[in-house]
Design a protein around this ligand. Structure first.
Ligand code: SF4
Ligand code: SF4
Length: 283
């Protein structure tokens, strides 16, 4: 079983368009959307949710006014100002540190787990799909990514799947690190701009730190041939294979509008380029 994660130094590079196309091209695979802060792979894979699970993370203080003796200790000691003078806890301000529950002499404060989001196991016409939704203003997306990565790995091993294909989060933060754990290949998608190259370099450094093998794709390479050549030169110097280049083509946004993958509706030339990339990363 091979685990492939598609990532990018920043959002909007075409990472999800490519991942969705792999859903069509790969046989016997599980698709995973680890971009939990801005999940959108479902818009192209059209899942039917089979299982829905709560994601619990972090804690919030709850105060039982019936038990409270109104000593005011918790109000004074909460450094986040989360407890008002009338002993109401503001769940947004509460950082879940637990100090108030420790100092309360009457045991009136308990710490309760937050429901920070949901994760799903779904069916699609391309096979199983594991995805998640983080609650509004919730943190710990790295923990949620780690959870769905583990679920997909277990499911792939049990069901003898050949591939786990992951749409990773953009950037270099905690969710990206969680999405890289144990993968066989990170496919870094970049665009031919100086900031694109800079961001790609940063995420490649993260991959190198965790010893994850990297391949690159230059999306819309023909928008700036000079910078595309610069990216290729950088890849060569860093010993990174460019698995392929995808042209700028107006047929791609049209597939997005229709809610279909690029390999199901883009121009022949684009489809050929994406198929070549899949051939290079699937072996
Ligand atoms: S858990 Fe911490 S942040 Fe939340 S109310 Fe208690 S002391 Fe304040
Ligand atoms: S520390 Fe406990 S008893 Fe004192 S005011 Fe706060 S909740 Fe009430």
């Amino acid at each position: 079983m091979k685990q492939i994660v598609v990532i990018s130094g920043k959002g909007g590079t075409g990472k999800t368009i490519l991942t969705a196309s792999f859903a069509v091209l790969a046989n016997n695979k599980i698709m995973v959307d680890c971009d939990v802060d801005a999940a959108d792979l479902h818009l192209l894979l059209h899942p039917h949710i089979r299982e829905r699970h709560e994601f619990r993370s972090g804690k919030t203080a709850r105060l039982d006014k019936k038990i409270c003796n109104r000593c005011g200790k918790c109000i004074v000691l909460c450094r986040f100002g989360a407890i008002s003078d009338d002993l109401t806890i503001d769940p947004i301000s509460c950082e879940g540190c637990g100090l108030c529950s420790h100092v309360c002499p009457s045991g009136a404060i308990t710490m309760e787990e937050n429901i920070a989001g949901e994760w799903f196991i779904s069916d699609t016409k391309y096979g199983p799909f594991i995805h998640a939704k983080l609650g509004i203003a919730e943190e710990n997306s790295g923990k949620l990514v780690a959870k769905i990565r583990q679920v997909s790995k277990d499911m792939a091993e049990k069901g003898r799947f050949d591939y786990v294909i992951v749409d990773g989060p953009p950037g270099i933060g905690c969710p990206v690190i969680a999405s890289l754990s144990g993968v066989d290949c990170a496919l870094v998608v970049t665009e031919p701009t100086l900031s694109g190259l800079h961001d790609a370099r940063r995420v490649i450094e993260v991959c190198a730190y965790f010893k994850v093998p990297v391949k690159m794709v230059i999306n819309k390479y023909d928008l700036n041939i000079d910078i595309s050549k610069e990216i290729e030169a950088y890849s060569q110097s860093a010993n990174i294979e460019v698995a392929g280049k995808i042209r700028f083509d107006s047929s791609i946004p049209k597939t997005l509008v229709k809610g279909i993958t690029a390999v199901e509706g883009a121009s022949e030339a684009v489809i050929r380029e994406i198929k070549d990339i899949w051939k290079k990363i699937s072996i």
